[in-house]
Design a protein around this ligand. Structure first.
Ligand SMILES: [Zn+2]
Length: 257
């Protein structure tokens, strides 16, 4: 019974968080998965992933430091927390199934290494750049926090219906995708980081973790009102727009139909 409940709990979690659930609303009594026992090969693969995440984060810092300096302000860098078997954040506890997230209350980026493994194995988005895209998207939420957009939207949300509020959440998510694209644009100019096929890889990751795909996999049907990350097409559109323009001022996802 205990094992069954745990597994069901984890599945509910997985669905909840992939649908864009806010980690601050996670129930506190999550059935924690057993601490994973990684083989030495798995551990080596995890170490590689960890190293990769740190390099990408450093690349985002170079880009955002420059873009903030261009506007005459300072970029305050987020703190990275790598985890695998669950983690406690200022936004609540997260299980390993909650995937990567950003917590605005502690300015930390929580990157779930088991999610990366899953991205590689389950979503057919195996390349390095799809992992970079996930980091850049979470950093996008940090940018929204620094710019006050996240706070403005949560104020707006409290004044409208749940359905309307969900639309605002989608726009926030799409803007984080846009910022990931802006990062890729400048990282390419500064360091020539991209290999051929990388942008397609990022778009495939955006596509793989778009809510419509996940909802289809979970329920067999798509329920647009429950979307919180946007459709795959919307996510690709905004990532591409950021990548092509490299211009933060063009990321007003709130004004575009
Ligand atoms: Zn997001």
């Amino acid at each position: 019974m205990a094992v069954g409940g745990g597994v069901i709990g984890i599945i509910i979690y997985l669905i909840y968080s992939f649908l864009g659930g806010d980690p601050s609303q996670l129930p506190q009594s999550i059935p924690q998965s057993e601490t994973s026992q990684l083989s030495s090969e798995q551990q080596a693969a995890d170490d590689e992933r960890a190293k990769f995440v740190k390099v990408v984060l450093a690349d985002t810092e170079d880009v955002w430091n420059k873009l903030f300096a261009d506007k005459g302000s300072d970029y305050s860098e987020p703190t990275l927390v790598l985890f695998r078997d669950g983690v406690a954040s200022a936004c609540g506890n997260a299980s390993s199934a909650s995937g990567p997230f950003y917590c605005p209350s502690d300015n930390k980026l929580y990157i779930d290494l088991s999610f990366y493994q899953e991205l590689q194995e389950r979503f057919n988005a195996p390349g390095d750049f799809s992992m970079a895209y996930v980091v850049a998207h979470e950093v996008g939420h940090h940018i929204q926090n620094l710019m006050g957009t996240a706070e403005k939207v949560s104020r707006m949300r409290s004044q409208v219906s749940e359905k309307e509020g969900n639309r605002y959440s989608v726009m926030l998510e799409l803007q984080a995708d846009f910022y990931a694209g802006v990062w890729a644009h400048h990282a390419q100019r500064m360091k020539n980081i991209l290999e051929s096929g990388d942008i397609e890889e990022a778009l495939r990751a955006a596509n793989a973790i778009g809510d419509d795909r996940l909802q289809k996999q979970a329920t067999g049907e798509v329920v647009p009102d429950a979307f919180t990350h946007g459709t795959s097409a919307q996510r690709m559109y905004w990532f591409k727009k950021g990548y092509e323009t490299g211009d933060i001022s063009q990321g007003n996802t709130f004004n575009e139909p």
